[in-house]
Ligand binder design. Sequence first.
Ligand SMILES: *Cc1c(COP(=O)(O)O)cnc(C)c1O
Length: 595
Amino acid sequence: MQQQPDAVKPPGTAFHFLSGHTVAYFSMEIALSPRMPTYSGGLGVLAGDTLRSAADMGVPIVAVTLLHRKGYFRQHLNASGEQTEEAVPWNPEAVLRPVEPVIAITVQNRPVMVRSWRFDVKGVSGHIVPVFLLDTDLEPNDPWDRRLTDHLYGGDTYYRLCQEAILGLGGARMLAALGHRPEVFHMNEGHASLLALGLLEEQLNGAPLLSAGPEEIEAVRNQCVFTTHTPVPAGHDKFGPDQMYQILGQEYGKALEHFGCLHEGLLNMTYIALRFSRYVNGVAMQHGKVSQQMFPDYSVKSITNGVHAPTWLSQSFHQLFDKQIPEWRYDNNYLRNAIGISASEIVACHRENKRLLLHSVAQRTGVQLRDDVLTLGFARRVATYKRANLLFLDPDRLVRIAHEAGGLQILYGGKAHPHDAAGKALIRNVFEAAARINSDAIHVVYLENYEWELGALLTNGVDVWVNTPRRPYEASGTSGMKAALNGVPSLSVLDGWWIEGCIENATGWALEDHNIEDHNEDASEGASLYDKLEKVVVPLYYRQPEQWARIMQLCIAINGSYFNTNRMLEQYVANAYFPEQHQRPRVQMPEPVLV
Ligand SMILES: *Cc1c(COP(=O)(O)O)cnc(C)c1O
């Protein structure tokens, strides 16, 4: 971290008027430190960035997640791109403090003891956001139960529902045992939604869950806020009723049925969250609309994601902004003033970022890339909808573009979930395509084990960030925001955040929109990708460096100043957490329904 510049006095906690009004933030994954493998991708990074902004801004949040003692996984790729996975054991004892209370919840009809470890997120003005990581690896627990907080998204649906019981039910109970009395509970995705049952139990003071009426349900709803992250029904967590009864027991199972939390015969974590929340939102404008159509009985708003600027800005930009717009550290709106920074200084920062990236690529792979060649970046979780191989739809055309341009470099990164055979096949595809076309004109390099630090290097250091999701699957996407902060334009499908962030030829480029019902969308969007590269991006990069520099400046000023978690969190505080304190109307939700 940089020294705080003297010129700017910390304004103190901007949200001190909220003191005593705590928000509890529940998330299955949170990226807290590059040394803690407690996240898998965008959802965890968003959660971590949210908490880092809360600490910077003095928003009173406490967070709950699982410990994930064995982490997500380390990815190995052999020469043909076959992925193997390795657990990433880490040492919580070295980075976290154990805290006193041990609570018990009933899972699979037996008690499971849960303790927690504390991590402090420290903000720029000293405010601390405590994070409690739940852990079942305790002596009295059944040996199988002791492994329940080991693997993020590991195991089968049975393991997963046990984990979600620990997160939701255990988390609510843990916060109470720690003496926290949050006013608002924010479920970051449906994984934590069983916490609603925990809150309902508190309302009922020992009376059976099934005796809850509209008044008690309304009391729980008054406390809960839910953010959904998945724009397609298949993406929502679901469990069979047998598993529900087996793992959660008769009382919870019957209550979940009674409260309408089963959808098409399955326990649906999203429906629990919808039933018990007073505010529901998607993570970008478009995603809010798509979610509203998916859940027409509820009111679904949107708050567009962001990224934590100090975390994702390179060191060179930290220094430049500290010198030129020191206020940025306390108020990200000042990033707009990048418009007053000379473009040559921005270009110099980027040149340094690209040098660091290419140096790291050489160290990791032995491949020495050139710093005067247009370099594209494509890295994210390898989910099939993200279409990592769209760039290779027509390899001959890609090679031709590279030849005519005088060179093209493409950097890839991304892990496929261990059970995702189609995702793994995609990685092999990219390797095969790369082996076929790599030549003097074009270099494709797939970097192993995409995670936080590699993510920062890539989004900082490439020249163009490419994103090709199949619409409307990309709820938001955040890596393009990290790129924009560092002056790197995107070339992307108009989905997720890019609908709001793309100003053609100013902050980047959109692939041609086409009919979403078109079944040959890959062909037409692939062609559009090549067209944009060939006719717009390549000539601009090689022949109009001044205009390119202007685009870099606009990326920071227009998109960096907006797509950050400080702005995002302010929106959550005002619209979702504390609308009354901000003279905003509450969202009208339908009456609770009992079946
Ligand atoms: C930012 C980030 C993501 C998010 O990727 P998107 O494709 O933009 O959703 C995923 N993984 C890591 C390691 C990241 O840093």
